[in-house]
Design a protein around this ligand. Structure first.
Ligand SMILES: Nc1nc2c(ncn2[C@@H]2O[C@H](COP(=O)(O)OP(=O)(O)OP(=O)(O)O)[C@@H](O)[C@H]2O)c(=O)[nH]1
Ligand SMILES: [Mg+2]
Length: 286
């Protein structure tokens, strides 16, 4: 291993978390919605109910919980017993959103995958639109706060500056991110056939830069969305101690590496995917 690689490995590795896979299996779904939770007891039940009732193809909801202490786990255990479409994966400690999402996708069984936050800042009413575009043959659909009609919501000047800096850095380091208006969106859907497992020790915040690299430059379709204000629970990502900056920078370098390792990437979508209607990809759907 060359020196730079060794340095990144040491930055990104830490003790493996113990996982409990509590998985009552439902019939194979077409769609997997991947959620990560850290103390989301108030928002999660509302989100799960809305997703289960939404006009969507047969689905499962995989929820990766990292040691929540506010009753989220108890809720998940109960709902999973009642409805086999909800599949919790329990970890003992916080392991970062990137790792949690990667684990959720590794457990996914649907040909289509949607990733979103569990705190209702991503509106479940937007999910059918993303899924519809995937069903029409789009490979990666990104919900964008910056596409016409979208909004990043109300945020402090500091938070806006942090977001702008992070987005700019992402575009500098990642060529695949340059054509996307919201390259750090946490709300997106893709065909699982394009996904390639990342090193399980990588940690960070957003998986989308990695997914962009895995798409091998295929066009990305964007849909606008409004980032809602958090109404319950607390933000976990932007913390006072600024350690998130180092984690984020490391994550971007690793994502750029995934984009460069093109020779190893899967060639195309799963056999079940439909033909792509001409002209629908690579643009913003109003
Ligand atoms: N499993 C797991 N989930 C996490 C972790 N960190 C955050 N989450 C979840 O990831 C989602 C997004 O986290 P937030 O802290 O709300 O991040 P954010 O929406 O970018 O920030 P705010 O706008 O301040 O809320 C929520 O569903 C969190 O519960 C983690 O380390 N592990
Ligand atoms: Mg949030």
């Amino acid at each position: 291993m060359i020196e730079a690689e060794a340095r990144f490995e040491s930055l990104t590795s830490f003790a493996p978390a113990r996982a409990t896979f509590s998985v009552p299996r439902s019939p194979v779904p077409e769609l997997t919605i991947v959620l990560a939770t850290l103390n989301e007891r108030v928002s999660l039940p509302v989100l799960v109910d809305q997703l289960l009732q939404a006009p969507l193809p047969p689905l499962e909801i995989v929820v990766v919980d990292d040691g929540s202490r506010d009753g989220t786990r108890e809720y998940l255990s109960t709902v999973a017993r009642e409805d086999r479409r909800v599949r919790p994966i329990f970890h003992e400690g916080a392991q970062t959103l990137l790792k949690a999402h990667a684990q959720g996708i590794a457990a996914a069984r649907g040909d289509l995958v949607v990733v979103m936050d569990a705190d209702l800042q991503h509106n479940p009413a937007d999910v059918p639109r993303i899924v519809d575009l995937l069903l029409k043959g789009n490979d990666l659909v990104v919900a964008s706060r910056y596409a016409p009609g979208g909004s990043p919501g109300v945020r402090s000047p500091l938070r806006s500056c942090i977001s702008l800096g992070a987005e700019t850095l992402t575009r500098v380091l990642l060529p695949e991110a340059r054509s996307v208006s919201d390259p750090l969106s946490g709300f997106y859907g893709f065909r699982r056939g394009y996904y390639r497992a990342i090193n399980p020790e990588y940690r960070g915040y957003e998986l989308l830069p990695f997914v962009l690299g895995m798409m091998r430059g295929r066009p990305v379709t964007e849909v606008p969305y409004v980032f809602e204000s958090r109404r319950a629970g607390k933000s976990k990502i932007v913390t006072r101690d600024l350690s998130f900056i180092r984690v984020f920078l490391t994550e971007l370098v690793l994502a750029a590496r995934v984009g460069r390792e093109r020779g190893d990437l899967p060639e195309g979508p799963p056999a079940s995917s439909s033909a792509v209607p001409p002209g629908i990809r690579g643009r913003v759907e109003p």
